[in-house]
Design a protein around this ligand. Structure first.
Ligand code: NAP
Length: 248
């Protein structure tokens, strides 16, 4: 039986790239999405074309019932779960904190923090050796914003990713002995649709040339780091946070 992973937010962007690369490297992939069923179906087809098995699973990571159901569906589809790419995340339209509504802050923290923690919890419940699991790996998708702060754009989003970094370190120390490695990537400026969702479709094109490598990154370049951290090639890497940001 091939090893299987759940990729939250696997329908588009970085999650999609990670799902396709993982499929090509032999993983069976559960592709989670929240609203864009067509994109999820397209990613499933691309994973299958790359040689992997795949299934699309709808669910909002901010909903505990949805998260439990998506892990159950992954197990039902593939018979086992060996990894989680904790990738689903959102930005709200660019704003100074002084102008941000409570509803906006709540949604950013619900999806990016509560969602990531819930998914990590469900993954550990199923993968930890002390709970009958076979061990596994979690890769959290943080952001360089956690370090840079997101001033004038999204200080709330940056803080949510700071929480993801802290969870990475703490959970790695908590469950390493249980056979579960926990690591994170911090993408920099990556060409995906997230910038348009924040009201700045040109953001990657504008900021890319200001990075030390002179360009924005691709989703595939982040996917490579994610799939490496998932793999046995990273078997002694635990609690690490890998910047994939051109040195920005
Ligand atoms: P994206 O292109 O906007 O894709 C977002 C993905 O997340 C989609 O698959 C979307 O599903 C899913 N999603 C959104 N809300 C969800 C929810 N509540 N429950 C489940 N799935 C949900 O974003 P991206 O740029 O690939 O970002 C992926 C991750 O990388 C995020 O955590 C983001 O913070 C982080 N990141 C991105 C950048 C960048 O420059 N792109 C930089 C640093 C960090 P639907 O298709 O159904 O909408």
């Amino acid at each position: 039986m091939t090893k299987s992973i759940l990729v939250t937010g696997g329908s588009r962007g970085i999650g999609r790239a990670a799902a396709i690369l993982a499929g090509a490297r032999g993983w069976s992939v559960a592709v989670n999405y929240v609203g864009n069923a067509a994109a999820a179906a397209e990613t499933v087809a691309a994973v299958e074309q790359s040689g992997g098995r795949a299934v699309a699973i709808r669910g909002d990571v901010a909903s505990e019932a949805d998260v439990i159901a998506m892990f159950d569906a992954t197990l039902k589809s593939f018979g086992r779960i060996d990894g989680l790419v904790n990738n689903a995340g959102i930005v709200a339209p660019s704003s100074r904190l002084a102008d941000a509504s409570l509803a906006r802050m709540r949604r950013v923290f619900d999806v990016n923090v509560v969602g990531a923690y819930l998914c990590a919890r469900e993954a550990v419940r199923r993968m930890a050796r002390s709970r009958g699991g076979g061990g596994g790996a979690i890769v959290n998708v943080s952001s360089m914003a956690a370090v840079l702060g997101g001033a004038n754009e999204y200080v709330d989003y940056a803080g949510s990713k700071g929480a993801v970094d802290t969870m990475t370190v703490g959970l790695a120390r908590e469950v390493g002995i249980d056979g579960v490695r926990v690591n994170a990537v911090r993408p920099g400026v990556i060409e995906t649709e997230i910038h348009a969702s924040g009201g700045k479709p040109e953001r990657a094109a504008q900021l890319g040339p200001q990075t030390p490598l002179g360009r924005a990154g691709t989703a595939e370049e982040v996917g490579e780091a994610i799939v490496w951290l998932l793999s046995d090639a990273a078997s002694y890497v635990n609690g690490a946070i890998l910047n994939v940001s051109a040195g920005r």
